[in-house]
Ligand binder design. Structure first.
Ligand code: NAP
Length: 235
């Protein structure tokens, strides 16, 4: 592991990515999946996936969207290559038994908490990190120890809240599709605890802004921690 970092600092580089409507929603009413990325953005997301060692989502996304979390090599015009490891954050063991992430086609880790006794198929690696919820700082240290150096985080709203507010990331890219969703039940980009005032607010530094297809891609670093990511595919 080279120079040892303590567990609170030891983590992969983390690239958070999502697609949102102009009013900052991740999906339609009730969380129904919205295909917000245009073809150009989908290709960019596949490049990010292909260059990552692992892709992480929360169990809410697995329940709602049933993603495969595989690289769609055809969108990159490439023959199939190695797929990143899939990581599902599932503190209470509610990943559906027939979820695509459990199909055994790609290495998969389910990160859970001590409160879950759920068993998974033998090809799934179960990692316990946290008493009742998954402690993402601990999980990221475990992933680092398992060899994950580049981690992509794809959502949903609760995971984005935990990762962004704890500053457990290096880059956050958000693709804004030219559409509004509105309403009361469409999930926002970030849910989680209330922000009561500017002292509580999580701030970012803008690293890039560009037109992608019909939309707009904004990339941020944590405020005051822009660092460099020389070998990251989205950098
Ligand atoms: N547009 C996009 O780019 C995009 C990408 C992904 C998802 N989405 C949308 O996002 C929505 C799902 O978001 P969501 O907020 O319901 O679910 P989520 O963020 O995918 O998963 C949240 C769940 O993870 C578990 N969890 C355990 N430890 C956690 C921790 N430390 N921090 C956060 N979560 C933890 C909790 O369930 P337990 O308490 O049971 O452990 C929590 O309810 C769907 O509508 C999906 O379509 C959109």
């Amino acid at each position: 592991m080279g120079l040892s970092k303590d567990a609170s600092q030891r983590r992969p580089t983390v690239w958070v990515n999502c697609a949102a409507s102009l009013d900052g929603r991740l999906a339609f009413a009730g969380g129904k999946r919205a295909a917000l990325s245009c073809p150009e953005d989908l290709e960019r997301v596949q490049r990010l996936r292909a260059g990552s060692d692992a892709i992480l989502v929360g169990v809410g996304t697995v329940v709602q969207d049933d993603p495969s979390l595989r690289v769609h090599w055809e969108l990159l015009g490439q023959p199939p290559g190695k797929n990143p490891t899939r990581v599902v954050v599932d503190g209470s063991g509610r990943t559906p038994a027939n979820a695509r992430v459990l199909d055994g086609s790609t290495p998969t880790i389910v990160a859970t908490s001590e409160r879950s006794t759920r068993e998974y198929p033998p090809h799934v690696t179960r990692v316990v990190a946290g008493a009742t919820r998954v402690d993402l700082g601990r999980l990221f240290a475990v992933l680092y120890d398992m060899g994950v150096r580049k981690l992509m985080v794809e959502g949903g709203a609760e995971i984005l809240s935990s990762v962004l507010r704890a500053g457990l990331f290096d880059r956050f890219s958000i693709y804004y599709a030219p559409v509004v969703i509105g309403g009361a039940t469409a999930p926002p980009v970030v849910s989680g605890p209330e922000t009561r005032g500017s002292d509580d607010a999580t701030t970012f530094e803008l690293m890039g802004l560009e037109r992608v297809g019909v939309g707009c891609l904004a990339t941020y670093a944590p405020a005051g921690r822009r660092g460099t990511l020389p070998d990251h595919p989205g950098a």
